[in-house]
Design a protein around this ligand. Structure first.
Ligand code: ZN
Length: 198
């Protein structure tokens, strides 16, 4: 067969499946537009792309730019906060909306809390403490005093007084080990004081 014959050429062209333009849908949830625009999926998915319509590629690019220029650590931190940060916000919103809580468990504004989950949270002896945030050095000092991150200025002061009294050489017959421990505690307290945490 003569492969160069005009007849064969025309047959071959006709047999070639006609590539109908495949309409990729926009990847934005619920969008029915065509996804004519490609957008990189991002840092950890190199070489992968979303298909978006013009409106959604613009929206995506705007949010994508948000991370540009941020270090990997900053992005990771942002994502962590986005995950854990949204839950307490939601709970606080519920608490605020709940105003007073009634004994029968039926909350105002139709909010029913049969398990008493939110009631316990607002009623407990802790009364939503404003937890101070301590840095690493302060946390170390608190640990030395036998405290954790829930300790406030008053607690630190009280614990320090108690430990000094308990570990004072006069109360321990000049015991060397309690003297060393006392020195550590004074140092830790001095640090917390200098950091204006107590
Ligand atoms: Zn779209």
């Amino acid at each position: 067969m003569d492969l160069n014959s005009p007849l064969f050429q025309s047959i071959r062209v006709k047999r070639e499946p006609q590539r109908a333009p495949v309409r990729t849908p926009c990847d934005h949830p619920g969008c029915v537009e065509g996804g004519e625009f490609r957008a990189p999926k991002g840092r950890l998915r190199e070489g992968q792309y979303f298909s978006f319509c013009l409106e959604h590629v613009r929206e995506y690019n705007a949010s994508y730019n948000y991370f540009r220029g941020m270090s990997d650590d900053d992005v990771a931190k942002y994502q962590r906060e986005a995950v854990v940060g949204h839950r307490p916000t939601w709970n606080m919103g519920v608490n605020r909306a709940g105003k007073g809580h009634r004994e029968d468990g039926v909350e105002p504004e139709g909010f029913v809390d049969p398990m008493g989950m939110f009631r316990d949270r607002t009623r407990g002896p802790m009364q939503e403490p404003r937890r101070p945030r301590y840095g690493l050095a302060a946390m170390k000092a608190l640990t030395t005093l036998g405290l954790d991150e829930t300790a406030d200025a008053e607690t630190i002061k009280a614990r320090y007084k108690e430990l000094v009294k308990r570990l004072h050489p006069d109360a321990n017959g000049g015991d060397r080990s309690s003297e060393d421990r006392l020195r550590e505690i004074i140092q830790a307290y001095k640090f917390l004081k200098s950091a204006k945490l107590t």
